[in-house]
Design a protein around this ligand. Sequence first.
Ligand code: DGJ
Length: 727
Amino acid sequence: MAIHYSKECAQFQIDAKSFSYVMQVKDGFLLHLYWGEKLDLRDHAYMFWEQGRAAFSPRMENCRGFILDDVPLEYPCWGRGDMRTPALEIINPDGSNIIDLRYESHEIIDGKPGLKGLPAVYAEESDKVQTLIITLLDKISNVAVKLYYTVFEDKDILTRHAEIVNRSADSVYINRAMSASVDFDSMHFDVISNYGTHARERHIQRSPLKYGRFTLSSRRGASSHVHNPFLILTSPTADETSGDAYGFVLVYSGSFAAEVSGTQFHTARAVIGLNPEEFGWKLDAGESFTTPEAVMTYSPNGLEQMSANFHNIFRTRLCRGKYRDVRRPVLLNSWEACYFNFNEDRLKKIADCCADLGIELLVIDDGWFGKRDTDNCSLGDWVVDRRKLPNGIEGIYNHLQKLGIKLGIWFEPEMVSPDSDLYRAHPDWCIHVPGRPRSEGRHQLILNLSKPEVCDYIYDSLAKILKTGMIAYVKWDYNRNMTEIANEQLPPDRQREVTHRYYLGLYGLLERLVTDFPDILFESCSGGGGRYDAGLLYYMPQVWTSDNSDAIERLRIQYGTSLVYPLSTMSAHVSASPNHQTGHVTPFNTRFTVALTGSFGYELDPTALSDEDKENVRRTAAIYKEYGDRIVNGTYHRLRDPHMEDCAAWCIVSEDKSTCIAGYVLTHVRNYGPNERIRLRGLKKDAVYREKFSGKEYSGAQLCGYGIPAPLSLEYHSLLWIFEEVK
Ligand code: DGJ
């Protein structure tokens, strides 16, 4: 049993392998008592002690001096004296915005219920998983909130979401409904998050928590390149292997907010959920609203364990489908090879070359449909362009079949070009406000997936092609942010629902597609990593990590992505040198070493390669095929941080610890630099490992203790080691 309720103490204790999470009911309020290192099972009431700090904050009447502003609350609400950031704000029929939630009941069940219409972590039969559902009620408005807590005991994961239930006879409006809120009795934390932009996503920033509200958010209608929907709090001195690390990840792809605040009483509150600036929901009598899920973990051993917990749960209990636990096919993507400039003949030449080099899947990226010679037309017209492919998709498919290569194809299903047959037929299908100009991004508009007929159109036009059985892989792109958000089919008081309804529509559409086409590998993309989030991973187990394919730039991007997301989800390709985005000239081996930390492929024209580089492709494709499963299922260790140093280093240790793949890249050369050695982690100390390329043997103790020398003096050069246990 992982969830315990003591009636005597009015306490809930949720125990995972390494942490406990404790709540208590007091005077009807659900208080948060503790989240941290694992506790024994006993009365923890002493952890709640009131200092009686009022500082102008009102007291609750009849509550023996409760000052709501100074108590740790589990799901704080607006309107009765807690002046901190609320989790919930409701507009009542009389226009007031008060909600006063008190404990009503609870139940503990085995397993984990799904979330209606939303992606979520799931449990398998063998998992030790329990769910606690606590119902809180505002007796005056008759609005109830059901708080769901699911613990994956062995995986050190707690998931949370809330269901708002309108039990009254009137409609109410939800102004804010966060997925989780946690009060800490100290603000002695560092805050770690991702920041960036297109082609420079998910760099790491870290700073001490200050007084005030620190918000990471997106109001772009997508989780975005700019911030990522997660938040990490650590003790100030925490590093990869020591200190407290708390992580919160939202399973959602639209506008989000993650906030942590340092309060007047030196405490901290963290909340994560739908962005209240871009959200509102009218809840009619008898209806309920479900928030997206927040996935939380705590590690007493620093960031590495926190990341490993997230990697494990996301890889094995969020991602689905037949590719979940295995290496993905080695692919070659046509984008940086040809851009829009290809025809059947050119693709066939590329295919022949792929066959010779050991590539297993050829992806035809943008440009195969409508009249798409540039990015200013044809999105929405998913009909093959016979000028380029006179024999249709079959022409290239039949050729690939003979070579034993699979076919992948690009779509940008959520978009429409103003210059398209679809737009001419249905100008009202895009997101727009009637009577206002429609802002274009990359010459395109967004189809309004909050309209069911639009989702049906997208399903039908894709299914028509997928049903042919020719397609083994789909790259699902999304290349702009939302503006002029509205749906004229909804009344004015429901317009703030549109973005969330859009995502419910998208998730429903994706669910239909992955159910009907279970053999297709779906990869999501949004100008690279503009929607790299746990929401989409439920449908598509990998993401084109960034439009920046430069190995040196990818070091920071992939390092930052790894804080939360597993390697199996990061698409990483060897691209041409000089790189198309940065002009960096980088040795082939460096490009390979960096791409080997993800779902692997090539993003270059193989027909233009020198004989030496063709041999490099042959050699490296073979290495990925041999070690790919171990990479997908392995544990990732961040060893040297490219944000802080002139190098990057990491290692991936297979589940049974018999294989370790380690990489090191020198990003900046300084004269007379130090003697570098890279200390590995995660190996069996008493085992002997042979390094594949040099044949030298080392003990695990040596590799973790002293490490492996990294004698490099050339910028952008790298070292790759593969250690295998000598049995
Ligand atoms: C943006 C993607 O990130 C690229 O990889 C490529 O697919 C282009 N779109 C195609 O338009």
